[in-house]
Design a protein around this ligand. Structure first.
Ligand code: ARG
Length: 457
C-alpha cells in the first residue's frame, strides 16, 4: 500500500510490516482528542496567517463533521490506516481536497501523539478520581454502620487487639484518598502542552504555542521541544498511580476473601457478586475480589513494561514509544472496571458482627489492656507485661478467658488487682478507651468519617 510519506522511498511496504507497524487498533480510542487538538491547531494556523482564515474555518468544520460522524457511527475507523492521526488527516483530505492537506503544517505526528495521549490520560485521571470518591463514600457508609462492631485487629494475621470493623475499613479510605492526591499531582505535571514541538526541533513558522496550550486547557507549553516529544514520564506516573490503586484494592480484596471464608465469616457477600462451583453445591466464591487481586499483577506489568521500553531510548522520538499506549490503556481500563465492581460489592456485602465479636472474645486480645490496668495502678510496664503473660498462660491451661478468670486467682499474681479488672478487660471498654487521635474508639472513627467525607464532597 502506498503511504503518505512516499517520496524518498516508493512508500510501498509489505502488508505484514504494515500490520506490525500499525497502532490504529488501540490508538483509535483517542480519536476525539486527536480531532480536538487538530481543531485548535487549525485555528492557531489561521490566526497567525500561516493558512488563510477561510481555510482554517473549512478545516475546523470538516473536523467537526468527522468527529460527529465517528460518534454517531456514520464513519467507521479504517483499521488499515497506520494510526488514528493518519486516518483523520486522510478522511479530512477526502472531504476537503487540498485544503485538508494544509492541516499538518507546523506540526508532526510526534507532537500530535504526545498531545493526544496527554489529553486522553488527563480525562482518565478525572474519571478515576471520581470513581475513587464513590468508593471512599461507600467505605464511609459501611464504617458508619459498623463503628461499634468489635472484631480482632491482627498483626502477623494473629489476633492482636480489639478494634472495630469501621476503624479497619477506614484505613482503606485513607489509602484511596492518597491515591486521589497522587493522581492530582500527576495531573499537574502531565498538564503541559507538547503541541508545537513539531518533529523535535520546533518550527520556522510563526506559531503561537501559548494560544494552543490555553485553548486545550494546559497550564503552559513545554519549554524544550525535544523534551516535548520524548517525555513519557507522565505515562509512567499514571501507571504508578494505577498500580498503587490496584495494590490497595488487592489488599482490601484479600481481606474480603478471608472474612467471607467459613473460618472467619465476618461478612457475607451478596449473591450478585459471587459465583458458585460447577461441582460443589455449597460453594459461594468471592470471584470479584479474587479477580481484582489477580489483575493487580497485570497492572504492575504494564508499569514495568514501559519502564523497560523507555530505558535505552535516545532522544527524540523512536517508534518504540508507540508501545506506551496499550499498557497504559489496559491499566486504566482495569482500574476503572475494578473500582466499579469493588464499590458495588462493598456496598452490598453484609457484616456479621456476632461472629466478629465471637472471634474477638477468643484470642486474649485484651491482654494489653490487662497490662495497662496494672500500669495505671502503679506497676511498671515491663513487670505488668510479664504478669499479664503468666495470667494468659494460666487461663489457656485451665480453660479461662480474662473476662471470667476468678478474682482470687488474679490476686495471686498481683495484689493490685481488684473487681474493676473486669471492666478493664471488657471488650467494649477496651475499644472505647482507645480515644487517642486516630485510634479505634467510636468517637475517633466518627471523626475520621466526617473528615474524609468533607474531603470528597
Ligand atoms: N503511532 C505513533 C505512536 O503511537 C505516532 C507517532 C508516529 N511518528 C512517527 N514519526 N512515525 O507513537
Amino acid at each position: 500500500m502506498a503511504k503518505i510519506w512516499e517520496g524518498v522511498t516508493d512508500g510501498i511496504t509489505d502488508s505484514l510490516a504494515d500490520d506490525f507497524n500499525s497502532s490504529v487498533r488501540f490508538d483509535s480510542r483517542m480519536y476525539e482528542e486527536d480531532i480536538k487538538g487538530s481543531m485548535v491547531h487549525a485555528s492557531m494556523l489561521g490566526l497567525k496567517g500561516i493558512i488563510s482564515q477561510a481555510e482554517s474555518e473549512e478545516i475546523i468544520s470538516g473536523l467537526e463533521g468527522i468527529l460527529n460522524d465517528i460518534k454517531t457511527g456514520k464513519l467507521v475507523i479504517d483499521y488499515s490506516c497506520e494510526d488514528i492521526h493518519m486516518f483523520v488527516e486522510a478522511e479530512l483530505t477526502k472531504r476537503l481536497g487540498d485544503t485538508g492537506k494544509k492541516l499538518h503544517t507546523a506540526r508532526s505526528r510526534n507532537d500530535q501523539v504526545a498531545l493526544d495521549l496527554r489529553l486522553n490520560l488527563r480525562k482518565e485521571i478525572d474519571e478515576i478520581s471520581e470513581l475513587l470518591c464513590k468508593l471512599i463514600g461507600t467505605i464511609c457508609d459501611k464504617a458508619e454502620e459498623n463503628k461499634g462492631a468489635i472484631m480482632p485487629g491482627y498483626t502477623h494475621l494473629q489476633r492482636a487487639q480489639p478494634i472495630t470493623f469501621g476503624h479497619q475499613i477506614m484505613a482503606y479510605a485513607m489509602m484511596f484518598l492518597r491515591d486521589i492526591d497522587r493522581l492530582k499531582s500527576t495531573r499537574k505535571r502531565l498538564n503541559i502542552s507538547p503541541i508545537g514541538s513539531c518533529a523535535l526541533a520546533g518550527t520556522t513558522y510563526d506559531t503561537d504555542r501559548f494560544f494552543e496550550a490555553e485553548k486545550l486547557g494546559f497550564s503552559e507549553p513545554c519549554l524544550n521541544s525535544i523534551d516535548g516529544v520524548s517525555d513519557r514520564d507522565f505515562v509512567l506516573e499514571v501507571l504508578f498511580c494505577m498500580s498503587a490503586i490496584m495494590m490497595h484494592l488487592s489488599r482490601f480484596s484479600e481481606e474480603i476473601i478471608l472474612w467471607s471464608s467459613w473460618e472467619f465469616k465476618f461478612i457475607e457477600l451478596d449473591d450478585s457478586y459471587t459465583t458458585g462451583s460447577s461441582i460443589m453445591p455449597q460453594k459461594k466464591n468471592p470471584d470479584m475480589a479474587e479477580l481484582v487481586r489477580g489483575k493487580t499483577g497485570r497492572v504492575y506489568g504494564d508499569l514495568l513494561g514501559l519502564f523497560t521500553t523507555l530505558k535505552g531510548l535516545p532522544l527524540a522520538y523512536n517508534k518504540d514509544m508507540q508501545e506506551d499506549k496499550e499498557g497504559v490503556f489496559d491499566a486504566v481500563d482495569t482500574v476503572k472496571m475494578s473500582l466499579k465492581v469493588f464499590t458495588a460489592m462493598l456496598k452490598t456485602l453484609k457484616t456479621i458482627p456476632e461472629n466478629m465479636k465471637n472471634a474477638a472474645g477468643k484470642g486474649f486480645i485484651n491482654a494489653t489492656d490487662l497490662a495497662d490496668y496494672l500500669v495505671k495502678k502503679g506497676e511498671s510496664f515491663r513487670n505488668a507485661y510479664k504478669i499479664s503473660g503468666r495470667i494468659v498462660a494460666d487461663c489457656m491451661k485451665n480453660g479461662f478467658v480474662l473476662e471470667n478468670f476468678p478474682i482470687e486467682k488474679y490476686k495471686e499474681y498481683s495484689k493490685l488487682f481488684d473487681d474493676d479488672i473486669y471492666k478493664a478487660v471488657n471488650l467494649e471498654e477496651c475499644v472505647n478507651k482507645r480515644i487517642s487521635f486516630g485510634g479505634t474508639g467510636v468517637k475517633s472513627v466518627e471523626n475520621q468519617i466526617s473528615v474524609v467525607r468533607a474531603k470528597i464532597s
